[in-house]
Design a protein around this ligand. Structure first.
Ligand SMILES: *[C@@H]1O[C@H](CO)[C@@H](O)[C@H](O)[C@H]1NC(C)=O
Ligand SMILES: *[C@@H]1O[C@H](CO)[C@@H](O)[C@H](O)[C@H]1NC(C)=O
Ligand SMILES: *[C@@H]1O[C@H](CO)[C@@H](O)[C@H](O)[C@H]1NC(C)=O
Length: 739
């Protein structure tokens, strides 16, 4: 690494030398240039500004840091204020006679540098102005002054005071041409100077109408584009103004354009480059891996179950499995769903005592979602938490390191990217429409599909996020809460964070987890999660497919064969078996075991059993998918050369063998190409006797295991009978595949 680094620094130096010789800027001029900004606190926007400055070797002088803002209450949409002007005037006082010295002023919360200072100075000198201000398309704050503005040949006509550059003596004159109170509007002050022909000419005061240097974004959103500049030895994203055909060097997300700046800022100033990917991820990153448990930050984890949610037990297991000292975690659970009370109870009994504290808000407490979320913020402050971590029931944290990794990222608000598997549905929005609703950003799919990994500043997050506790204490509940007009709680929270200029980052640096789809979850059914094979296939398989299922495909193992051409393999979990039995018993309408069967097209069954068909419990499509995804591959593996995808099967049913009802089944052939027979409960425990005997081979399988499947050819060779159950109840699941 080292020689490479030396070499590239060497190359960079040559490059800089070449640049300096080519331009009319000398290094003395660059070194002498004063760069100013005003910021009273280190907001996320200010940290971004600073990072961009450091990236290009610019060292701004920050005025006002730590002081109370005195520039009026206009700070949100325009960091306006005469105070800025007055601070700057005082700072320039000492240099006011320095004819050749240049000063650059930018706002601090919504600005980024896109180049080094020598390029900026070079372009400035080419304008022949002594003062150059950025321009914008609207005349603000006094539209009445519009007619006084000189016309322009191209580009923007009106002054914006967020970005300007000039020689110090002229700037100083501009800052002192009239008195200005701290709380008065600085843009108006500068506008009056500009529209005064005499003063403008005297100061050689110009506007950067075509964004040679300064790009004010408001009113120009569609004029700018990112492009990849690969002229240097590394590629970086730069900004191009496609209307003026310029490459602006300083960008200002003024007015309502800050969301756009946030999106551009994910790439600009080398935040993300094709070669190094997320460079700004490393900015401020902390390492907690060696931190002792006792020294870890205190976290309040707030869990919200607002709607019936599939796979909630797994959600809780993943919360419980987070690799983080539980003695540093307070837990608050808001459960709004009666159906989930036992699931919550299970978690509380299993883990509750291990946490620093655990508080529950139950359905009986009748607390609305917004209120519960507000209360959780209060509780965090009350517990003097370092971090607030909110996880809704839809968010599965598959990565047990999620909490630590998010803390280490050291951002005010950061969410782990969660996506519905194989879908483009995630827990963030890349962009907003004018009225604040969902819009897709250019990079949304790249992020969701992990084609680009990094840390993305976005306008909306939900489901799971970490908030630095300092923020909660800084703003209190009146400003930071889950209420905003008629908006949903999550929209309200993101909206309030946007209003406070707090950045919301979403990270996909590693896999963190995924989203559950709860849209069709019907808790009036018995075992409703069993019906989620389509909507939540991954979770369904994790819960219901036997963990040893893949073993049948292990090339080093021979499939088990208890009888000739009868194969035996684990396929579903014990929970699958229990849930399927529960579904059948809750339905309860077992057939009567006679030859008349009006469920069949012919109305006649030659070898009747006591059974319930899958379609009687609304589970036929689910079963067919199960056959296709998990049974068919076994068939293709053991009976090679036969392909039928998807498998067809008209007869899918659960059989109940029971003494006194129907304890056995006489010998018969199945009308299938192959048959599967899944044991749903345990011999010796749930029943005695039972099993399946293949008569031609005089071979019986009696020690069946719950969740294991028997697969055998249907016609001709495998004439078989169901052996007598002598005690208890035996359940099996049968399918006649490809009849
Ligand atoms: C974490 O971020 C804060 C700014 O929010 C910064 O002051 C601090 O230095 C960062 N921590 C580390 C270890 O870099
Ligand atoms: C939370 O944010 C504050 C302010 O940015 C920072 O100083 C502090 O280090 C952060 N807290 C933790 C525990 O990282
Ligand atoms: C079938 O097998 C059983 C036990 O393995 C044996 O007792 C019986 O004699 C066999 N029957 C025939 C017809 O071979």
């Amino acid at each position: 690494m080292a020689p490479n680094l030396v070499f590239s620094i060497f190359r960079l130096n040559i490059l800089i030398l070449v640049c300096i010789f080519l331009s009319n800027v000398n290094s003395r001029e660059v070194d002498d240039t004063l760069v100013f900004t005003v910021a009273t606190s280190e907001t996320d926007g200010f940290l971004r500004y600073q990072r961009s400055a450091i990236e290009y070797g610019i060292k701004p002088i920050v005025l006002g840091l730590g002081e109370d803002w005195k520039g009026g209450d206009n700070i949100r949409y325009r960091p306006g204020g005469g105070w800025k002007v007055n601070l700057l005037r005082n700072a320039l006082e000492a240099y006011k006679d320095d004819t050749n010295r240049i000063a650059l002023f930018t706002d601090g919360y919504d600005v980024m540098f896109l180049s080094d200072l020598s390029s900026i100075i070079d372009k400035f000198k080419k304008t022949d102005a002594r003062i150059l201000f950025g321009a914008e398309s609207s005349c603000w704050p006094d539209a009445g002054l519009e007619s006084l503005y000189p016309t322009v040949e191209s580009g923007k006509r009106f002054l914006n005071s967020g970005l300007y550059i000039g020689y110090v003596p002229e700037i100083y004159k501009l800052l002192t041409y009239a008195p200005l109170k701290d709380e008065n509007d600085d843009q108006l002050y500068f506008t009056h100077a500009y529209v005064d022909d005499k003063l403008r000419n005297q100061l050689n005061f110009k506007l950067d109408s075509n964004s040679e240097i300064f790009q004010n974004l408001n009113g120009a959103l569609s004029e700018v584009e990112l492009y990849q500049d690969s002229e240097k030895e590394y590629t970086e994203f730069k900004l191009k103004n496609v209307v003026s055909h310029t490459e602006p060097l300083v960008i200002h997300g003024n007015g309502f354009s800050k969301t756009k700046l946030n999106a551009l800022g994910n790439y600009l100033a080398r935040a993300w480059t094709p070669e190094e990917e997320c460079r700004h991820c490393r900015w401020g990153h902390i390492d907690l891996q060696k931190t002792k448990d006792a020294k870890m930050p205190v976290v309040l984890i707030a869990l919200f179950i607002e709607n019936p949610t599939p796979f909630l037990q797994e959600y809780f297991l993943k919360i419980g499995d987070l690799e983080y000292p539980k003695q540093k975690i307070h837990v608050l659970i808001h459960n709004n769903v009666k159906y989930h009370v036992p699931h919550v109870q299970e978690f509380v009994e299993g883990y509750g005592s291990k946490y620093l504290s655990l508080k529950q808000i139950t359905p009986d407490d009748v607390v609305t979602e917004s209120n519960a979320r507000d209360l959780s913020l209060d509780l965090c402050v009350q517990k003097e938490c370092d971090f607030y971590f909110s996880v809704d029931s839809l968010g599965h944290l598959d990565n047990p390191h999620t909490l630590r990794l998010l803390i280490e990222q050291n951002r005010t608000v950061v969410a782990p990217l969660l996506v519905r598997p194989e879908k483009a549905w995630s827990n963030f929005w890349g962009a907003l429409t004018q009225d604040g609703f969902y819009a897709r950003s250019h990079d949304y799919l790249d992020i969701v599909y992990n084609k680009k990994r990094g840390l993305w500043n976005v306008p909306f997050i939900n489901t799971c996020y970490l908030v630095n506790g300092t923020l909660l204490r800084k703003y209190g509940r009146t400003q930071l809460n889950y209420v905003k007009g008629n908006l949903d709680a999550d929209m309200a929270f993101s909206g309030n964070l946007n209003d406070l200029d707090v950045f919301m980052y979403v990270s996909n640096r590693v896999e963190f987890g995924h989203l559950i789809n709860a849209e069709s979850f019907d808790t009036t059914r018995t075992a409703p999660d069993m019906y989620q094979i389509f909507e939540n296939g991954r979770d369904w398989a994790a819960r219901y497919i036997h963990p040893e299922y893949p073993e049948i495909f292990n090339p080093n193992k021979k499939p088990l064969q208890p009888c000739p051409d009868v194969y035996w393999a684990p396929i579903v979990t014990r929970q699958f078996c229990n849930d399927l039995i529960a579904m059948m018993e809750a339905f309860g309408r077992w057939s009567d075991g006679t030859n008349e069967d009006n469920r069949l097209t012919g109305g006649y069954e030659a070898v009747p059993t006591r059974d319930i068909h899958m379609n009687q419990v609304g589970w036929e499509p689910h079963w067919m998918l199960f056959l296709q995804k998990w049974v068919r591959p076994i068939q293709e593996h053991i009976f090679t050369g036969y392909f039928h995808d998807p498998p067809r099967s008209l007869m899918n049913f659960v059989v109940r063998y029971k003494p006194g009802e129907q304890p056995s089944l006489r010998p018969h052939h199945d009308s299938s190409t192959y048959t599967i027979n899944i044991a749903l409960n345990e011999v010796g425990k749930d029943y005695e006797g039972g099993g399946c005997r293949f008569i031609r081979y005089n071979c019986s399988v009696t020690d069946t295991k719950a969740g294991w499947l028997l697969m055998h050819p249907g016609r001709l060779t495998h004439y078989h009978e169901g052996l007598l159950v002598t005690k208890g109840v035996r359940y099996i699941m049968i399918s006649f595949v490809d009849p």
